[in-house]
Design a protein around this ligand. Sequence first.
Ligand SMILES: [Fe+2]
Ligand SMILES: [Fe+2]
Length: 154
Amino acid sequence: MAIYEAILADHAKTRRMLRELSEVGEGEPERRLALFADLKSALTIHQHAEEAVFYERLKEMDDMRSHTLDAVNEHRVLEALLTELSEMATGNERWTAKLGALRELVEHHMEEEEGAFFEMARAFLDEALAARLGEEFRRKKCAGIEALTPLEWD
Ligand SMILES: [Fe+2]
Ligand SMILES: [Fe+2]
C-alpha cells in the first residue's frame, strides 16, 4: 500500500470517528469522553507518523517546503484544540461548539491533503518510494504514540 492509500484509510477512519462523536448529545458526557479519547490518540498518532514519514521527505523538496510548513502548522493548531477539548467538561454546549470547530478544521485539512497536497507529492515521489513510505508509515504507527514526536522544523 502506497503512502497515499495508507493516509486515505486513516482519514476515512477519522471522518467516521468525528461523525460518531458529533452524534452523541450533551446528555451522554461519559460516552463523549470515551469516543474523544479514541479520536485524540488516533489523530495524534496519525499526524506524528505523517510528519515523520511523509512531511519529512516533502520538506526537502524546494517547491513543497512552504506547503509542508503550512500543513505542520495546521497539525499544531489541531493538537491545541484537542488539548483544549480534553481539559473541558464534555456535557455542555461549549464542548459541542468546540468539537464542531475541530471537525471543520480536521475535515478541511484532510481535504487539502488528499487534493492539491497529494497531487504535488506524486510529482516528487516515484512509485517505489511511495510504497516504501507507506510501509514505514504503518510501522511508525505500530510503535505507538510515545515513540512518535512531532516534526521539528529547522
Ligand atoms: Fe495532516
Ligand atoms: Fe492526514
